[in-house]
Design a protein around this ligand. Structure first.
Ligand code: COA
Length: 269
């Protein structure tokens, strides 16, 4: 979008738009920054760092270096590659929080793009029927039990969608296996079952308190699949993301997003 088109778009969004005071020059800078972010998200030594992570003693240093070189947890593609290769966990782009810590989520898990899910805790199911339930007895690391001990059930994998937001101190029990796209999880929620897409859940046990959007808007947001695009592309349509969603705006987003895809994977590699 040209700077003039940007100014027109801002003028059309009405009051309350947090970008109203952004000049055309500042907007150009935003776009430049977004392009730089995507461009630097994989450093030249990425493959070597992924390999080096295999040496336990270097793990901390590798993670620190990858984050330093690639703009931090939101962006580092090497961190994501380490999770995939060494821990069998897929972590989407721009997602931040504990899920980006390699090894934090159980193998086989996946987390979508644009997630804010740092505080989700993942718990084990402990052998409460045994006289001793301390992990030392039941964790194969000490060697008392075999790798696949049936008395100590590790947390099963979890699938977290795109654009998921979880508040402080959320606890996810093993019975919750899936958090749908666009879900919002309230502070201190305890998730005992799957969270439906685009719903706001809260409480203990967590229950749906409302949906984020009307059915019509939700369908359009889903159809747009905006969360599969890189941030450098999404800033072009900034007003669709920072204003409350309306049918008209989401229709525009759907039509813009029907362009040939340049998915995050392709654009950022
Ligand atoms: C869940 C949340 C998004 C809901 O916001 P909202 O849609 O504006 O909801 P409201 O404040 O109107 O509350 C709706 C109802 O849900 C209840 N509720 C809201 N948040 C709740 C929570 N975390 N736990 C239990 N109940 C909650 C309210 O008491 C209210 O109940 P009522 O209808 O019986 O009066 C918000 O409360 C929340 O927890 N946000 C997360 C904030 C956070 O952790 N930030 C840290 C960032 S890392």
């Amino acid at each position: 979008m040209s700077a003039t088109a940007y100014t027109d778009r801002v003028a059309a969004t009405g009051s309350g738009n947090p970008l109203r005071s952004l000049s055309a020059e500042e907007y150009r800078r935003v776009k430049r920054r977004a392009r730089q972010i995507d461009a630097r998200s994989r450093c030249a030594f990425s493959n070597s760092l992924v390999q080096l992570y295999g040496v336990r003693a270097f793990r901390g240093a590798v993670i620190d270096l990858a984050m330093k070189l690639e703009g931090g947890r939101y962006f580092s593609r090497t961190l994501r590659e380490i999770s995939r290769v060494h821990h069998d966990v897929q972590v989407g782009m721009y997602t931040y929080g504990r899920s980006t810590l390699p090894g934090y989520y159980p193998p086989g898990s996946s987390v979508g793009n644009f997630g804010s899910i740092g505080t989700t805790l993942v718990s084990h199911r402990l052998p409460s029927g045994c006289p001793a339930q301390h992990p030392l007895f039941h964790d194969p690391k000490l060697g008392l039990v075999a790798e696949k001990s049936s008395s100590y059930v590790a947390r099963p994998p979890i699938e977290v969608g795109h654009d998921v937001y979880s508040g402080f101190d959320v606890i996810t029990l093993p019975t919750c296996r899936r958090i749908g796209d666009g879900a919002v999880i309230g502070t201190s929620a305890v998730l005992t079952e799957d969270v439906p897409p685009y719903s706001i859940v809260a409480g203990f046990p967590a229950r749906v308190i409302r949906k984020r959007f009307s059915e019509e808007v939700e369908a359009l947001v889903r159809e747009s699949e905006w969360f599969l695009r890189p941030i450098s592309e999404l800033v072009e349509e900034f007003d669709c993301f920072i204003n409350p969603a309306s049918v008209q705006m989401m229709n525009r987003l759907v039509s813009v997003m029907s362009r040939p895809p340049s998915p995050i994977e392709a654009a950022a590699s």
